[in-house]
Design a protein. Sequence first.
Length: 482
Amino acid sequence: MPVTTGIVIAGAGFAGIGMGIALKKAGYHDFVILEKNGDLGGTWRDNQYPGCACDVPAPLYSYSYELNPSWTRVFAPQQEIWDYLRACAAKYGVDQHIRYGCTVQRTDWDDAARRWGLGTSQGGYRARAVVSGGGALHIPSIPDLPGAADFGGPAFHSSHWDHSADLTGRRVAVIGTGASAIQFVPEIARQTDTLTVFQRTPPWLHPRPDVEIPARVRGALKTVPGAPRALRNAVYWALETRALGFAVSPKLMAPLEAMARRHLESQVADPGLRARLTPDYTIGCKRILLSSTYYPALQRPNVNLVTDAITGIKPDGVATADGTMHQADVIIYATGFNVIESVNALNVTGRDGRELKQEGIEAYHGITVAGFPNFFMLLGPNTGLGHTSVVFMIESQIQHIMSCLRILARDQADTIEVSAEALRRYNAGLQRRLSRAVWSAGGCRSWYLDADGINRALWPGFTFEYWARTRRARRGDYAVAR
Ligand SMILES: Cc1cc2nc3c(=O)[nH]c(=O)nc-3n(C[C@H](O)[C@H](O)[C@H](O)COP(=O)(O)OP(=O)(O)OC[C@H]3O[C@@H](n4cnc5c(N)ncnc54)[C@H](O)[C@@H]3O)c2cc1C
């Protein structure tokens, strides 16, 4: 017999925990959070590589109602963020609702019963509503390189760091130069004998003003009324100015590009290396990364940047197109995540056999889809950000979902479903805006764009606009049925 519950939330990361907290605050206790792993935390449980930290200042990379005056650094390290999430789950009693080791495998709408049926690794669930908080960045994407299986030493992905592999005095190859690599390369470069970094596309880099928050400042944040809120607001508005180029015109990205060029010039004297580290696409087209230690690390005598294409892996190293064999004892894949596979993991089938895989690439404010009653997505299509904290988006979406649930309760209705017309209208406007934005016009290919070059990942505006639009579910855009 399936377990019957009011609401199933899939995933116990920032999104799922935040949803659980909102339900508890509203006095709603009939829900479960199904988490495939053995602990909560999502991104901050999985990514334990040296130097892992948020790249949005921590006062903003947190729930707005749970400001933490105890962050020890501006960019909080992984362990602190993980502890913070655990503390939030415990404080609001959400941890009691989590079922660990429970992978959602199927999610099917039963129109006759007006219930969702979920198939999981621990049996069936039946629920009135489902909230998907499965995240997009948790299935490693590892390139299919010839010979990779025959490599003679440890090989692992940055999100599954092998702590048993001692890198001291070893020859280490790092494949990829994205957000994770630029955080751990400076950390491990001090330790390794040699470090070979394989770059396909260089990122645009800004300096990272990461400092320790002194004890007396932390003390003041704890005792001065309003201080944590004022700090959060200051960070919010400072980062929101970075959206001008996204939201208004790509031309406004110019000052950001100038800052990145100055950073490169001030840190890399060798014109040859500088040229290899200079991106050939408009800044912002891919995520702007922050680091003040990555360029210096690449110039250490034991570090080598390789820009030739990798042709294969041999038992003792990595071969490149110029015929060079780069000896390595350990390979670390910093090659990002399989976003599509992650997003489709719940295998959602809605009314009349419609599959979310096909239909869910477009969603109303990234949250609801026509044909999928009482189904809500957190960090769904076109709600990712390149400039500030996605926790802000998650909270806006949770507010919208709570508004839908209130409509259901008030009307004593069974289902709430966005209308096809509202969904179409919303997405037409969204794609019109996106076609003028830097991701389409900026000359790069990133995971933001799908196979047809359409941006299904990012929100193209200011986050306060998104907040204002999602704050309340508009009755006219939703069909409510008893
Ligand atoms: C290294 C790294 C650094 C980052 N830094 C920042 C930053 O500074 N600022 C920022 O805004 N964003 C950052 N991000 C993005 C980050 O992923 C989000 O900020 C946020 O953590 C997403 O939360 P989430 O709950 O949606 O997803 P996740 O944290 O991925 O959590 C999803 C959870 O769902 C579970 N799950 C997935 N599928 C299933 C299933 N089928 N059944 C059951 N459970 C399932 C997973 O195990 C996981 O616990 C970073 C990402 C990475 C990888």
